[in-house]
Design a protein around this ligand. Structure first.
Ligand SMILES: [Zn+2]
Ligand SMILES: [Zn+2]
Length: 414
């Protein structure tokens, strides 16, 4: 078995791994790196027999339609992943057109992708050429999966994975089969998350401090927005809550695929209470009246949050609470560091209170080590991280398991 690394190794973005075994070629992911500049994975130089996407986030799925310009492999993912991908990929085309004047693919490539889709469900074995595959729940976002492939060797690719339960998703320990090689996400290999309950208390306390004011919650559309809504509800926040931007459609898709979430009845109830915002007039009214606004985008690089920020940057009794990972070079990361908002159109100082909270959907450092220990593979390949090399050294030293951190363009033979 040979694994070629087409992207997403010592970086977070453009995930793409090609598995070649027993005359069968399987492509795992075909993502895009968005920040600070668009970067694509290498193109696979073989005919793909099976194409897997672990979940809808663009760092894993952003360039999937590009493959369908060249060939027609069957696409394997959960139905929730396909629907969420469609939402994010169409948005990618729109944003790419607006900011760069072109997109690498068009809607008809997405249509071709959809035509080749074969729905997959957790824990069900199926064949691809001479290989056997299975998806496991990864508890990262609704529909997210870890991918198991078995041929002359067995591999498990974690995808993005969480090892704790959240309001939206339940985590259950999975009994994985015997694994020769674990391809491991490493996002938080260097960092522990703060205690979730304490972080949640701090967050709710801050929201209550602005009881009569305006609270802006910029968020990722898929997963985090719904988690925040459930968190506000569970903590008895009775104020008006507004949902703006792509998070509205994402919420509808997640509710439709209800079997992937903890309790669809509560999410349904919460979404009924929430006001959906679509126009500038509505936004201006909220700015005057106050309330809690859950809106995209999570790293402030677009979406309605930019409109709100521009209008309220000097407003009293207003705060911005960030709850997501802020990649280096994004407007969100720069704002936290400098108090200045800056994108390609404008730059201005933001004088309202800004706070950062950690409600990550990725396993923290000890969660990752525990998972490796439990799976006990013969070899670990560290990917999807900013310091995968250091993580591999630590795995070798602490767990005495062979571990490597490949670079883009390299391959390993198992
Ligand atoms: Zn993800
Ligand atoms: Zn990712």
């Amino acid at each position: 078995m040979i694994i070629e690394f087409l992207g997403g190794c010592d970086e977070i973005g453009r995930e793409a791994f090609l598995v070649k075994d027993k005359n069968t070629n399987v492509l795992l992911e075909y993502g895009v790196e968005l920040q600070p500049n668009i970067k694509l994975p290498l193109l696979p130089a073989v005919k793909i027999d099976g194409f897997f996407v672990s979940h809808a986030h663009l760092d894993h799925s952003g360039m999937v339609p590009l493959i369908y310009k060249f060939q027609n492999p069957t696409l394997y993912a959960t139905p929730a992943t396909l629907d969420l991908m469609n939402l994010l990929l169409e948005d990618y085309i729109k944003v790419a057109g607006l900011t760069r004047g072109f997109s690498e693919y068009q809607k008809y490539d997405i249509a071709k992708m959809n035509k080749n889709f074969k729905p997959c469900f957790y824990n069900q074995k199926f064949k691809i050429g001479n290989l056997v595959a299975k998806l496991f729940d990864a508890s990262h976002i609704p529909g997210s999966a870890s991918i198991y492939i078995s041929g002359s060797k067995s591999i498990l690719y974690t995808g993005d994975i969480n090892t704790i339960s959240t309001y939206l998703l339940d985590y259950k320990e999975i009994n994985y089969p015997e694994i020769d090689c674990l391809i491991m996400e490493s996002t938080y290999s260097e960092r522990e998350h703060p205690d979730r309950k304490i972080e949640e208390k701090r967050f709710i306390k801050k929201i209550r401090e602005y009881e009569n004011g305006l609270v802006l919650l910029p968020t990722f559309a898929v997963g985090r927005a719904q988690e925040l809504l459930l968190m506000l509800y569970s903590n008895g926040i009775k104020r008006e809550i507004y949902l703006d931007g792509m998070a509205q459609k994402a919420s509808d898709i997640i509710l439709y695929h209800k079997k992937y979430i903890n309790d669809d009845r509560i999410l349904k109830k919460v979404l009924k209470r929430v006001n959906f915002i679509r126009t500038k007039k509505q936004r201006d009214r909220i700015i005057k009246r106050g309330g809690i606004v859950v809106t995209t985008s999570g790293m402030l690089n677009g979406g309605p949050i930019v409109y709100y920020l521009k209008k309220v940057r000097n407003m009293k009794n207003t705060c911005l609470l960030m709850t997501g990972f802020q990649a280096e070079g994004t407007p969100g990361e720069k704002l936290l560091r400098t108090r200045y908002f800056e994108n390609c159109e404008s730059k201005f100082k933001v004088n309202i209170e800004i706070q950062k909270f950690d409600f990550s959907a990725h396993a923290g450092r000890s969660g990752l080590f525990k998972l490796i220990k439990r799976i006990a593979p013969k070899k670990v390949i560290c990917v999807h991280g900013e310091n995968t090399k250091k993580f591999a050294v630590e795995i070798r030293e602490k767990l005495e398991i062979e571990a490597i951190a490949p670079k883009i363009g390299e391959f390993v033979e198992l």
